[in-house]
Design a protein around this ligand. Structure first.
Ligand code: MRU
Length: 375
């Protein structure tokens, strides 16, 4: 992504000291562009938990880099002590947020590859190389999602004789939720770059407003026409022919095609279904849960602090601050994710191509996972 003409990823190593990881502190966007240094596993864990970094792919990449930092600081007296420290740091990172499967996937990938490297020096180098591979792969997979997904937008554009294709998205499954490109936004950026006229309806996405703050900002940086809407508007727009397709991301999708995503996604899928509008989910394979069959029952749903519901944050007289919305004593609940059953998902867009949101569809694209449950 280009920010004011300069290419950025969302996470990278400090150019002068590769033991330091640099991130964009997303809590401050769109009002301030703040780069933060992370130097310890505790700092990485806090950055994930308090959502300096967020979004499935980026959480995974941050965990990958966190494990590389863990390896630099682990005791070197014996391989057993080294690996025990890494296990503990891995658990600490995994405990930060429960829903996005990319987090545990990245930690487990690190532990497996580090464990296989011979000797402590090789383990440290392997941890650094694997962190970089996870980040590079995330960017590459999202780019490919764009290449596959653009055909869906192109087809609608042709049907409309080049008229604007209206796409509704929820939350931020954009560049900021990954290392680059994004998942839901990758086909949109690819279409825009190819000269296809697109316009994006951006759900504000209460309570943390990732749509209004982050998706709107990154689409604007890329020059993609968009309109921010309140969360409840989508159904009305669909009834009046103002939405051609919905594209969302996911934090965890079962291998049977149930889509766990930001709270409110399910209602958009119901409205799309009722109005015969295609509902697409874009994801890299790191967001599949190869063990879970029943998303509604099994995907862990994060519940966050009720303050996020009771307050709204924004810029006031030059300072970012929270403002109380509710009566001071009203209790509030903050369910952060919901699950859209596979039957409401038109297709999945992955780095390997497009498939039905079903066990056969998913395993057809990823045949090597066919026996994951038997292992
Ligand atoms: O709570 P967040 O901001 O980490 O939520 C994750 C998301 O951004 C969304 O659920 C997104 O649509 C999927 S992540 C690619």
């Amino acid at each position: 992504m280009n920010i004011a003409g300069k290419h950025f990823r969302t996470i990278w190593l400090h150019p002068q000291d590769t033991r330091i990881v640099q991130i964009i502190d997303q809590r401050q966007l769109p009002h301030e562009f703040v780069i933060e240094d992370l130097t310890s596993v505790d700092e990485v864990a806090r950055a994930i938990k308090e959502m300096h970094v967020r979004g499935a792919g980026l959480i995974g990449a941050a965990a990958g880099y966190g494990m590389a930092i863990a390896a630099y600081h682990a005791p070197r007296d014996s391989e057993a002590a080294f690996m025990a420290a890494l296990q503990a740091d891995g658990e600490k990172l995994k405990a930060t947020r429960p829903t996005a499967v990319n987090l545990a996937w990245a930690v487990e990938r690190q532990l497996t590859t580090i464990g296989a490297a011979p000797g402590i020096e090789a383990k440290i180098q392997t941890a650094a190389a694997t962190a970089q591979a996870i980040a590079d792969e995330d960017a590459d997979y999202c780019r490919r999602i764009g290449q596959h997904g653009v055909s869906l937008i192109e087809a609608v554009s042709q049907n409309k004789n080049g008229d604007v294709v209206n796409i509704l998205t929820h939350c931020n499954a954009g560049w900021l939720a990954f290392v680059d490109y994004g998942s839901a936004t990758a086909p949109i950026y690819a279409a825009h770059d190819a000269g296809i006229a697109v316009h994006v309806w951006v759900d504000e996405t209460r309570p943390r407003n990732q749509g209004a703050r982050l998706t709107a900002w990154e689409l604007g940086q890329h020059g993609v026409p968009h309109t921010v809407i309140a969360d409840n508007v989508g159904g009305h727009l669909m009834q009046h022919g103002l939405v051609d397709m919905v594209i969302v991301g996911t934090d965890r999708t079962t291998y049977t095609g149930d889509v766990g995503n930001k709270i409110g996604t399910y209602l958009k899928a119901l409205a799309a279904f009722d109005n015969g509008i295609p509902f697409y989910t874009a994801l890299p394979s790191s967001s599949f849960d190869w063990q879970m069959r029943d998303g509604v029952r099994e995907i862990p749903i994060e519940q966050r602090d009720a303050t996020e519901v009771r307050q709204i944050r924004g810029l006031h007289e030059g300072t970012i601050k929270g403002v109380l919305l509710t009566p001071p004593d009203s209790p509030a609940a903050n369910y952060a994710f919901d699950v859209t059953p596979a039957r409401l998902v038109t297709v999945l867009i992955t780095e390997r191509g497009i498939c039905a949101a079903s066990e056969e569809g998913v395993l057809g694209l990823f045949p090597e996972k066919r026996f994951a449950n038997d292992e």
